[in-house]
Design a protein around this ligand. Sequence first.
Ligand SMILES: [Zn+2]
Length: 202
Amino acid sequence: MKKNLAIYGQVRTGFVGRSTYLRENFDTMSDTDRPNIEIKSAGCKGQGVFATRALPRGCHIYTLSGRRMTLLQIVVGIVASKIRNDDPLQIGRFLYLDLDAISNKFNHSCDPNCAIMRDSDLVTRRDIMAGEELTFDYSLTVRPSFYSWMWHMSCQCGSVRCRKRIGDISSVPHNQVEESASDGLLQNYMIEHLSKTKKSHG
Ligand SMILES: [Zn+2]
């Protein structure tokens, strides 16, 4: 894992502190430009969220929301079976969102068409056709830790990039992390984490 983290750290020098196209586009987009979405069946995955019209790359879709909880609160909730292990979205080293009913409908893909920026803003990472399911890579939102080391999900997203097993960000091939990083398509806390990893590895 240390070797992988060192690789991720190298990514950081290219994007931290730099305004990318996607970030600038996102910042200037008004609410009225933002797209409609719908929740419907996504086959064996259960429900999913779909685009109701074609969307350009760099478009804000939705801000995932939920109750802000600490890691300890999340672990207690999971042990008490009040929170599903796979549902919370990490937004800080020890901070999570226990996603609400709509926010947790966005499914994972190992080759996603969306990404999470800032804390929980979902944006398109490529042009999307009307009717496409909107997905993001869960692994890119999970910081490596003792807790993440114990967490994983199986994946059958069907993409040629499918990793079969969804783990933390260290389970994502470093060229794919680099791809997201170079477009600024990572959460702020993850950018900060990669930055610190880079420093700790000189
Ligand atoms: Zn997959």
